[in-house]
Ligand binder design. Structure first.
Ligand code: ZN
Length: 107
């Protein structure tokens, strides 16, 4: 599976995958799933995830720059800080298929 196209809007982006599937994904959801070493531990348990979400919700999530990484993923350069996490195409697909924020609301 690979990403064939990504179009950036103001608050979300449209991703097209090699099987033709298209998804609109909010930057906040992508940011919550940042795979970098700083953000990963913020999701290790439910309490920390809730705090992380609240913190990000208070930030204005701005349109990120995108850097392609080889043939398997890309980096989002977030104006609010993180830029070292590599989102593989598989991770992007997983985020795209997840109902927005649903994970955070499960009790
Ligand atoms: Zn991060």
């Amino acid at each position: 599976m690979s990403l064939t196209d990504i179009e950036r809007g103001d608050e979300s982006c449209k991703m097209t995958f090699s099987d033709g599937a298209e998804y609109h994904v909010e930057y906040l959801d992508l940011r919550l799933d940042c795979p970098c070493a700083n953000c990963k531990p913020r999701r290790e348990n439910k309490q920390r995830m809730i705090e992380f979400q609240e913190e990000l919700s208070r930030l204005r999530i701005e349109k990120p720059s995108i850097e392609i990484v080889g043939h398997y993923g890309l980096k989002f350069i977030w104006p609010s800080g993180c830029s070292s996490g590599i989102y593989s195409f598989d991770i992007l697909r997983e985020i795209a298929e997840t109902e927005p924020h649903s994970r955070w609301q499960q009790s």
